[in-house]
Design a protein around this ligand. Structure first.
Ligand code: ATP
Length: 304
């Protein structure tokens, strides 16, 4: 049985102005204990959705339930259990990590021990007297996450946390997120436009494009979807003739070339034989796997 949803939105829509609608009927379903990758290119509506979940924007249409409660009638109780990094928090550049956390600690009503805990969890306990202005971007990002962790949240919402980080910083962030999920049981909703980055850590994926959800499911379901979508691109000296010869493989026209559902490597060899034995020159036999990156491009290019 699927885990209870920590976040469930029903028919969520939003517009900033009357002329342009930003979100259309978003039904987000984030299971307890999952790491949910909320994916979409810039401007697709990720930040708007996350802002609605945090009550930073007023709800216009549809319903939001978090921890099984309606957001708008239980906002304070719900928000107490959420840590978020949606807008960059103001860090005091002339203070140390610990001093920054001390300032926010009082706001969150967290204990002094919690400050040491979050420093440790995020791996910045060794920064000592170093002030934030001397921090790398990755360290600042860890400190921002440490701030979000102060109230010991059950749910962590992160909007594009790897933006601007170098590859090493991205790997460190990924490890931190996985640890928060595994060791502390936190449900994590993380948005990104870089699919390759989240694929290695998420258990579930939602893909949004131009305000509409195009896919939502577990990573396993996504991989099944990808598998089904793998194609072999075929180009020969006579594609009309090739179309007839390859009927049993169900080819279709893609521009002036052919594409057919790809099963395995043997099928490619078999097609090559059929074509050459019939005196066609083979210019291209290209397996196009429907990986997450490709799926994203496909989904976003066909539904624009
Ligand atoms: N305050 C605002 N007023 C008017 N339009 C806005 C506002 N904020 C966002 N938008 C528009 O809403 C759409 C969705 O933006 P949103 O920031 O939610 O997308 P996003 O997927 O988070 O993209 P990005 O990664 O670039 O932040 C965009 O067309 C954007 O221009």
């Amino acid at each position: 049985m699927a885990n209870a949803p920590v976040i469930k939105t029903t028919g969520l829509s939003y517009h900033y102005s009357k002329e342009a609608q930003t979100l259309f009927d978003i039904n987000l379903h984030v299971e307890k204990g999952s790491i949910y990758g909320f994916l979409g290119p810039n401007g697709s509506g990720k930040t708007t959705t996350l802002s609605l979940l945090l009550g930073l924007l007023g709800n216009q249409q549809g319903d939001i339930e978090i921890f099984g409660q309606h957001l708008h009638s239980n906002r304070i109780d719900i928000l107490k259990k959420i840590g978020s990094l949606v807008e960059t928090p103001s860090l005091y550049a002339h203070l140390t990590a610990k001093e920054n956390l001390e300032i926010y600690r009082t706001v969150y009503g967290a204990s002094k021990e919690r400050v040491n805990e979050v420093l440790k969890i995020t791996g910045i306990e060794g920064t000592g007297q170093k002030t934030v202005k001397k921090f790398s971007l990755g360290m600042k990002q860890r400190l921002s996450i440490a701030l979000a962790l102060l109230p010991n949240p059950e749910l962590l919402i992160l909007d594009e946390p790897s933006n601007g980080l170098d590859p090493a910083g991205i790997i460190e962030l990924r490890e931190l997120i996985k640890r928060l999920n595994k060791d502390y049981g936190m449900t994590i909703l993380i948005s990104s436009h870089l699919l390759i980055e989240v694929e290695k850590m998420v258990s579930h994926v939602g893909i949004i494009f131009k305000g509409k959800m195009l896919f939502q499911g577990s990573l396993a379901e996504l991989h099944l979807f990808e598998q089904k979508g793998s194609k072999l691109l075929v180009d020969t000296s006579d594609n009309e003739a090739a179309l007839k010869l390859l009927q049993e493989h169900h080819p279709e026209w893609v521009g002036n070339t052919l594409a057919l559902p790809l099963k395995d490597r043997e099928q490619i060899a078999c097609i090559n034989r059929t074509l050459t034995q019939n005196n066609l020159d083979v210019y291209l036999l290209h397996p196009k796997e429907n990986n997450l990156e490709q799926l994203f491009i496909d989904l976003t290019s066909t539904k624009s």
